[in-house]
Design a protein around this ligand. Sequence first.
Ligand SMILES: [Zn+2]
Length: 311
Amino acid sequence: MYIRYMQTPFSMKKLILLLACSGCFKLMAQKASGPIDSALLMKDVKTLADNKFEGRKTGTKGNRLAQFYLLDRFKQVGLKQFNNTYEQPFYFTNNKGKVMGTNLYGYIPGKSESVIVISAHYDHVGIGKPNEAKDSIYNGADDNASGVAGLLAMAVYFKKNPPNHTLIFAAFDAEEMGLQGAKAFVAKLPVPAANIVLNINMDMISHNDKNELYVCGTSHFPALKKHITAAAGKSNISLPMGHDKSGDGDQDWTAQSDHHAFFVKKIPFLYFGVEDHVDYHKASDEYSRINHSFFYQAVQSILEVVKEADK
Ligand SMILES: [Zn+2]
């Protein structure tokens, strides 16, 4: 290789150099204008998965601390508030009695009254049985600090690139206790239900070894397939559509996360998530276990879907 390079005529070398440099600049330009701030995305997921939040179980101090972090981030991003608040407290009953949860949401106004709700649950399962490594904190890095970090990254993007639709960014509480936050949200919507054209839900989007991010919902809403196909064409990861047919048994994810509350209200949804992995609902679902490159691509791909749906 070295010898062949030495024998290359000068003009050819110049051309190669020129091509190489233009490639460099193209890469640099792509990086500089890339819509998602990778460092901030990783900081958000790392922070939310920190031990200090004690697994973010609904009703605990750790969950409340996570709310404070998210309220700060919503303010930094500049999300607008409905009725002067980002907080929607709600109550439900489980086997331990009455529980209070808190949804957090804000919005970016669009050019029309049509609304897309982008959602991710921020709660997780808290502290459990210690594993062999004597770790008892279920950090929920993938489930679902990843979805919330993705939601924040998209909010930053659309703040800089105003959308056509009004975008509501909703971080739901108590998903792990039966989609309670999403149910409370759809029961008391901040906008008329008829204005909501789509829910984009993210739950577990950072941990997969096959570079596969599943999209659930297109069997119910085939008209949404074109957005996935368009985004897949620009993506370095694959976006298989599925896990949404009633014949799939427990592999039907239609009722597996917050999008189901929208589905029940006949609001179209697309749910993005990975297949279960070894750290699913374990204390080992830590920041150190997520795939950075996959996660970044996943958020970028979901952003492309939202951009398509917003056209
Ligand atoms: Zn989850």
